[in-house]
Write a protein that binds this ligand. Sequence first.
Ligand SMILES: [Zn+2]
Length: 265
Amino acid sequence: MEVIRETMVAFPHSGHDYGVLLTRWEALANRVGLTLSILCEEGGFPVIVIENSQALAGEPEGIYLSAGVHGDECAPVWGLLHWAESDPAILRTRAVVIFPCLNPYGLVENTRRDHRGIDLNRSFENLECPLIRSWTTFLEGRRFALSLNLHEDYDAGGIYLYELARDESRGDKLLTACENIIPREMAGTVDGSDFHRGLLTRSGDLEKVVEEDLGGGYPEAILLFLRCCRDSYTFETPSEHDLVTRVQAHEAFIAAALQETGEIA
Ligand SMILES: [Zn+2]
């Protein structure tokens, strides 16, 4: 009962309430001077993108943040919002582009796929999908130092991380920063891939991974890494855990990853 009461205090609304999410992002954008644009309309909902003035000015070495690609994974969208609402300094110092929820239909319906039945995270190369066309056009000419792609896994018992890194691996440090909130997934195999203490680091042979393991469809993180991003991280929380704890884990992950990046950039 205590957990339920605490969850209701922290979340007086459903984790799948896109209206509340939009209202909070609009208020934040107005308050701190971020630019909110409608990327496109999908399944009856506006898909939004947020930029700060440095991103609008085309400053290089930007930060890319994205949540809500899979609608049945609701903690990431709130973790990303809470992080932004905490007034992080990086929103005033580096180019930052935020996709608060790329699949609002899925979020509202609590389903992984979009209103066409498409798994967007196996479709980021597919220009026949209107959302992907808009996303691709928006990103033309932009370069990022880092992307954080936030997800959840209903089979997982702990947090884990896919790391795509060109230089040093920071993944273990980032998991360490979050494991006091939710422990690491310690299984050697997660979602069909080999992990070590919750971490899978890759840098090459990604086309082969997409072809052999992902049915030929590109996830957001891999396409960003191949096209316009130095390092990409996909962070996963176990979606059967308590919602407030999962939201806190995402918030902690974003803060830790950006602190690390701020230090090395
Ligand atoms: Zn996902």
